[in-house]
Design a protein around this ligand. Structure first.
Ligand code: ADP
Length: 548
């Protein structure tokens, strides 16, 4: 017997239609290339995304065609989220900070037909134009008055294009399993791989992330996604905010600028924000120096990399802002787990609470997870055993664009191997201890580089810390702590090593500490450990290495 319910497809355009009717008067505020504070309302955003859909169709764009963006977080990018995906085309968000050859690779691999480009990114694209000849045209995200000179052939002005169209457009009835967007992994090893989101997965993920134990978003929130819209769809916020009617505040190209962020938070009443650890460190530094406040903010999400404990304590103690850690990846849309406490846990002793709050988080319905040993045997959720993290669920990638064989990443039962190593405690809190390729193998056992980095980051004079494994004749590998010190008196080697005493098993203590001016980073702001390992490939650890 079948259920007798309407088979309404789960489509990105449904959010557009709903937001226009139900939250039409809610504000969308952006910093753009041509306006320090652009503001309008959801009804304008959706009306203009229909005009964009008409413009794309006039250009001959068909359902399934890839339309790329090289853009920051602003209202025009938001319009593309709905105008492109809603019309049945596939939104391909590209990270302008990738290496040039990676950008060329993914544009060609995705067969992008048009690229919507922010004027600030234009010079980058101009340099690459001879290598992306399959692209039919470029749409510059600007009005006529601010159109930059460009050598790009057939460059069109976004605002001119829109103004030639009516907003009379019927969102098509698509198959909910059709592609809505594509995002490439940053390819720290090998070529980037395309993760293809479906409309259905996007809607389910959006429902899930708004739940109270996840982002808990509502129409009373003002949300500032600092995480870029090209970094896994800004973790779903551009869909979630219009779905619930939250005010949306977008920092444009100023996402790394503490002054702009503080100003947006104060003047736009931002209650919730999300970003990777580096942006929070930058904002905290700015708040320290300027003495300014973030009085409206009540919670932030830290994801994309392990959260240093200093972010949690500083936001909590100095600014009364609650920090939620979260874990996810391009392949998981991205949210997989989110850290919210269970009832009573807020009364735990301070040290226990701090350790709990630092974990990546608890499962979200829709995603299953497990940890397994080297033989694929499931490990207990005891908070101690650590193994390879596998996930499966409605918003987890089943494969990659253009790759027929997914056997490297997916097992026979459909579980996706995340490439992360994790523990899961009896309360269901998962914690990432490492990426599989970064874990330090010492004497047949594993040392978590993330745990060591967290402790090192606790020193007030440490700006950034990374721990890598250095080849060792007896122990296979031993940990080396690499530090970028803050301005002023740097900590000593002895001081750094003393930090670990009593906080970890003594054999985990790094064998040496080195100070560098900067660490190599990926395009999403994470420490590029592979490069760091190459830099220190010839490094010899001191003789005093651990005796186990
Ligand atoms: P990339 O592979 O380009 O870095 P993602 O943005 O998809 O792309 O990164 C996902 C990875 O980031 C995860 O597999 C994990 O290693 C790391 N990560 C994400 N969130 C956390 C977290 N809370 N703690 C530790 N690592 C995290």
């Amino acid at each position: 017997m079948l259920g007798m319910m309407m088979d309404t497809p789960l489509l990105v355009s449904a959010i557009a239609r709903f937001a226009e009717k139900n939250h039409g008067n809610q504000e969308v505020v952006s910093v753009t290339y041509d306006n320090p504070r652009h503001r309008y309302q959801y009804k304008d955003a959706i009306r203009r995304s229909r005009q964009l859909a008409n413009a794309l169709s006039r250009l001959g764009v068909q359902p399934g065609d890839r339309i790329a963006t090289l853009a920051w977080n602003d209202h025009r990018h938001l319009e593309a989220y709905f105008g492109v995906s809603g019309s049945g085309a596939v939104l391909h968000t590209i990270n302008p900070r990738l290496f040039a050859e990676q950008i060329v690779f993914i544009i060609n691999h995705a067969s992008d037909r048009y690229i919507l480009v922010d004027p600030l990114v234009l010079p980058l694209l101009e340099k690459l134009q001879d290598q992306i000849t399959g692209v039919e045209g470029f749409i510059i995200l600007s009005d006529e008055a601010h159109m930059p000179e460009t050598s790009l052939p057939g460059a069109l002005c976004y605002e001119t294009l829109l103004s030639a169209e009516t907003d009379d457009y019927e969102w098509p009835d698509l198959d909910e399993n059709s592609a809505s967007a594509i995002c490439y992994t940053s390819g720290t090893t090998g070529d980037p791989k395309g993760v293809v989101y479906s409309h259905r997965a996007t809607i389910l993920h959006t429902y899930a992330i708004t739940m109270p134990d996840v982002m808990g978003l509502s129409c009373r929130d003002s949300v500032l996604p600092i995480v870029p819209m090209f970094h896994v769809n800004a973790w779903g916020v551009p869909y979630a905010a219009p779905m619930v009617g939250a005010k949306l505040v977008m920092p444009g190209a100023k996402a790394g600028d503490g002054e702009t962020l503080q100003d947006l938070i104060e003047t736009e009443g931002v209650t919730m924000s999300c970003g990777v650890p580096t942006v929070w460190l930058a904002l905290l530094d700015y708040l320290d120096q300027s003495g300014k406040t973030v009085s409206n903010l009540n919670r932030i999400v830290v994801g994309g990399a392990a959260c240093p404990s200093s972010i949690i304590s500083k936001f909590n103690d100095q600014h009364d802002v609650y920090v939620h850690c979260a874990w996810g990846m391009t392949e998981t849309s991205p949210l997989g787990v989110y850290n919210t406490l269970r009832s009573g846990q807020e009364n735990l002793p301070a040290a226990e609470l701090a350790a709990l709050q630092l974990k990546a988080g608890r499962g979200i319905f829709g995603i299953e997870m497990k940890i397994v040993d080297a033989n694929g045997k499931e490990l207990p959720w005891d908070g101690v055993a650590f193994g390879a993290l596998k996930v499966r669920g409605s918003w987890v990638a089943s494969g990659y664009f253009g790759l027929d064989d997914n056997s490297d990443t997916h097992d026979a039962s459909g579980w996706f191997g995340t490439g992360d190593v994790a523990t899961i405690d009896p309360d269901g809190f998962m914690n990432i201890t490492d990426r599989t390729k970064d874990v330090i193998k010492s004497g047949g056992e594993w040392i978590s580089s993330i745990a060591l980095e967290n402790i090192a980051m606790g020193h007030p004079q440490v700006a950034e810390a990374a721990v890598i494994g250095i080849a060792h004749s007896k122990w296979t590998e031993r940990p080396l702590l690499v530090i970028v010190a803050r301005e002023g008196e740097p900590p000593t080697r002895q001081e750094m090593l003393a930090l670990f005493e009593g906080r970890i098993a003594s054999w985990w203590t790094p064998d040496d500490v080195v100070f560098v001016d900067e660490l190599p980073h990926t395009a999403t702001g994470k420490v590029r450990k592979a490069t760091l390992r190459e830099q220190f490939a010839a490094y010899t650890l001191p003789e005093t290495s651990t005796d186990g």
